[in-house]
Design a protein. Sequence first.
Length: 610
Amino acid sequence: METAMRQRGGREKNAGHDAVSTRQPAPSGMVYHHRTKIIVLLLLLLAVLARVFLWGGRVAEDPPPSLSWWQTTIIYQIYPRSYQDSDGDGVGDIRGIIQRLDYIRSLNVRAIWLSPIFRSPMRDFGYDISNYTDIDPTFGNLEDFDNLISAAHDRGIKVILDFVPNHSSDLHPWFQLSRQGVAPYKDYYVWTSPGEPPNNWLSLFRGPAWTLDSVRGELYYHAFMVQQPDLNWRCAQLVEEMNNVLRFWMSRGVDGFRVDAIQNMFETENLSLNEPPSGDPDVEKDSWYSLRHDYTFDLPEIGGAVRRWRDVLNEYEALDGKARYLVVETLFDNDVSIRNQYYDYGADMPFNFDLLRVNRSCGGHCIQHYVNRELGHLSQGQWPNFVVGNHDNPRVASKMGKDFVNAVNMLLLTLPGTPTTYYGEELGMSDVHVSFDQGQDLQAKGQGEEYFRKYSRDASRTPMQWNEGKHGGFTSGCVPWLPVSQTSSYENVESQTVSSQSSPLNLYRKLAVLRNEPCFQYGGLEYGVVNDNIFSYIRSTPAGESYLVTINFGHDVSIDNFADALNGVRLGEITLTTGNLKSGKYHVGDKMDLYQLELYPGEGLVIKLR
Ligand code: NOJ
Ligand code: MG
C-alpha cells in the first residue's frame, strides 16, 4: 500500500532513494567487490574445501538441505474477483479458479495464494470480513471451496489463504454485539470513552483513526477504513476465536496462510500517548505518513501472537507431517531487522517488498543494493524471498516499462529463496486506466476524484487476460467489475502460448522449469559484474552446475568483461534469453565468449558455465 500511495501519488521519493543507494557500498554479506576481492577469494576457497557454499553470507550444505514445499515452489497470488468468472456476473469466483488450475500447473507453479474469499460487504474487497468461516456468495460456497482444495491437491498445487487478523468488517456480528456492550464481544475491539479522540493517531487510509459509534457512544480505533474496526488482541477470547478460524480452514485442507497487515495488530495500552511527527515535508497533515508510529506499529506483543499461530499450525503438521506455511505482510521496514524479527516470531517468512518498490531509476548497483538488503541480512535458517507485484501496487510493466517485464521475471525466478508472482505478471499485464466513474477502490474513491487518481489500486486489479475474445475471456457476462485491458486482444494467455519463443509467458514457463535445478533451488550466489546498468550473479552448487545470470537494468547498452569476475572462465552456453527486441543477437544454445558481452537495457541472459 505504501508503494501504491507513494508511486501512484507521483512522488519521486523512491527514485531519489534508489539513486542514493547506487552510490552506497552494499551493507554486508559476500559482495563480489574489488576492495574485498582477495578476502572473498580466500573465503570461497575455504568454502569449497569445506564443501560448503555461500549466498548472502549464508552457508548451505552439500549434500542438499531438505527443503519444504514452500521453499521449492513459486507462490502465485490470485485476486479472486479478477481471475476467472464462471457464472457471468462479471466477478471472478472459485469455480473460475478451478477451471484455470491446469493453466496454473502449466506455469510450473505449485502453490496459489488467494486474496480473501470470505463473507464480506466488500468495502475493501474482502479485507473487511463479516464471517471468517464462510465463503462470500460472490465467490461461491464451502462446497466449491472443498472442490477447489481437492482439484488443486490432485494437481500437486498447495492452497494458501489470506488471514486478516487486524480488523473485521463493521458488519461482523462481533462488532454489532460489541457496539451493544454484550459480553464477551464488548472487548473484542479497541474502544475508548466518549468525547474527543484520546490521541492523534491516524488511519493508513488518511484521517483520524478514531470514529464515534452512535450505539455505544464511544470511539473505536481503525487502522484502515471506518468500516474496518481493529480487533483487540489483548482479549483472550478473541485470540482463541481466531485460532479456531485457522483450525477451521486447515481442517478443510488449507496448506498455509498469508497474514494481512500484521504490523498493525497491537496498539499501546496507554491511549493518551500521541505519535510524534515523522518530519516528512512532502505529506499532507492528515496522512498516516505525517507521523512516526511508535505506539501503533510493530509492537513487540505481535511476537506472542505469531508464536501462538505457529503452535496452531504445528497441531496440523503433527497430524500428517506436512508443513503448514505462514507468511506475514510486512509493509514498512526502514530497518531490515524489523521485518526479519518476524522469522524469530515463527513466521516462515515476512514478505520482502524491496523489489516491489524499484522503478526505472534503479540500475544494476541499485538492484544489487535491494537484493543484498535481503541476502546480506539473514541469519542461519532464515529463508529469503522476493516479491515484485501485488494487488496494492502498480504492475511491473507500468512502473518499469514493458521492455523490462522479462528482465524482472528473469531476476525474480533465478534469485535464491521463494518468489511470489501476482497473477498476470507472467504475461506482463499493464495497469489499466480506470476512470473515477468506473472506480471500485472505495478507500480512494470515497475521498474524491483527485485523491482517487493518486491512490486508487484498481489499475492493477483488472481481469486476467485469457484470450482475444470478449472481455479477454474473463467473463461471459456483459460488464466485468473492472474494465478489461484494451490490449487483451493481442496480449493474452492464448496468444502468448502460441507466439514465438520470446513471449513473456513462454519465458516465464521456462524460467520456472529452470528453477528446479539444484543450484537455483538452494545453491550459492556470488555477485558478478555489477555497474550502473548490469546486475549479474552466479548460482552454483559445489559439485553440480553453475549459471551466470546477467541483466541490464540501466539506460545504456553495456559491454562488459565477465571472465575476470568468473576467475578466467571464458566460455558459457546460453540457456535462456529475455529475447525481447534488444540486440537480437543471442540465441539459446549459442556458445558465448564471456570476455565481451553486450546487453541492451531490458536484456538478460542465463548462461550455463558448467
Ligand atoms: C493490506 C492489503 O494488502 C490491502 O489490500 C488492504 O486494503 C489492507 N491490508 C487492509 O486490510
Ligand atoms: Mg462470478
